[in-house]
Design a protein. Structure first.
Length: 309
């Protein structure tokens, strides 16, 4: 019988803490355990500490997970809670994504000050975003817009927006909802035109492979539709060698035992793109995503990927 608290690793941002707290609450309910049986352990990551440069200059998504994963491997943490879209497609040896909470709305939210929608922005307006995918999609829709790199916590970006540093910014609607900041949104972007990042809106739990005690703890909170949809999306990303250097969008939707996936790759200027839509059995979710990624890669040709260096 467990006598010591389970140690939950997380980053220290308000959003990360909200996600860790939601995970803890679901575990408490699932197992009838008191809050003191779960200790939230806050770690600072390199991605949190360095905010004045683009992620592409620093090495990509692993910047938000490395410190947590090191303590997972060492056994200092029992499991870690992450935003799924922050996770590299290749994890350290011995670790896996073992559970996903029910997914929130995966759409991107536009927050405008000069105009309420992206298409209504004045000519040559400035939009801030740290995501190459969002930057490319903005340029695809509005080539005239000045897009600048815009990093920091959600609250930091909203403050910079209010200070007039940019005319608008984009954030994940899921994160804003978890922070009870829905009221700042001026437009929700249609995923058919503005596809989200693969795995956007999903909270994942990372743990050690073969740790049956933790597997049994997490299994009751694992949402299978989210698990299958995100597995498909991450397989698409992996087939394209997706990282923070690659403008890739994609999302899967489960309907009963069926799954539909739509994916898109773009050049950073938004002027060239290749899209794909596939569907099949949920039981083959990962294979569907992988085949979709391989098909897009083959169609695009090697020259397309030179833009991503």
């Amino acid at each position: 019988m467990q006598t010591k608290p389970f140690r939950i690793g997380t980053r220290g941002s308000p959003l990360a803490l909200a996600q860790a707290s939601e995970t803890r609450a679901r575990l408490m309910t699932a197992h009838g355990l008191p809050e003191e049986m779960f200790e939230i352990v806050v770690l600072s990551t390199k991605g949190d500490r360095i905010t004045d440069r683009a992620l592409t200059e620093l090495g990509g998504k692993g910047l938000f997970t490395q410190e947590l994963e090191e303590q997972l491997v060492s056994g200092d943490l029992d499991f870690a809670v992450h935003s799924s879209k922050d996770m590299p497609t290749k994890l350290p040896d011995g670790l896996r994504l073992s559970a996903y909470l029910p997914r929130e709305d995966f759409r991107d939210a536009f927050i405008g000050r000069a105009a309420p929608t992206l298409t209504a922005l004045p000519d040559h307006a400035t939009v801030g975003s740290s995501s190459l995918r969002r930057q490319a999609l903005i340029r695809r829709i509005r080539p005239d817009i000045n897009v600048i790199t815009f990093r920091g916590l959600v609250e930091t970006r909203l403050r910079k927006l209010d200070e007039g540093q940019v005319d608008a910014t984009l954030l994940a609607f899921a994160g804003l909802k978890r922070l009870a900041l829905e009221e700042v949104v001026t437009e929700l972007l249609d995923p058919a035109d503005f596809p989200p990042a693969p795995a956007q809106g999903a909270i994942c739990v990372e743990s050690r492979i073969g740790d049956s005690r933790i597997d049994a703890l997490l299994d009751p909170i694992n949402d299978r539709p989210t698990f299958d949809a995100v597995s498909c999306e991450r397989a698409f990303l992996a087939a394209l060698d997706g990282s923070c250097r690659t403008p890739i969008g994609g999302y899967a939707v489960c309907d009963g035992d069926h799954l539909k996936f739509s994916g898109l790759i773009l050049t950073p200027d938004g002027q060239k793109e290749h899209s794909i839509a596939v569907e099949g059995k949920r039981a083959s979710a990962e294979a569907l995503g992988r085949k979709a990624g391989e098909a897009v890669r083959a169609t695009a040709g090697s020259d397309f990927f030179e833009h991503w260096s």
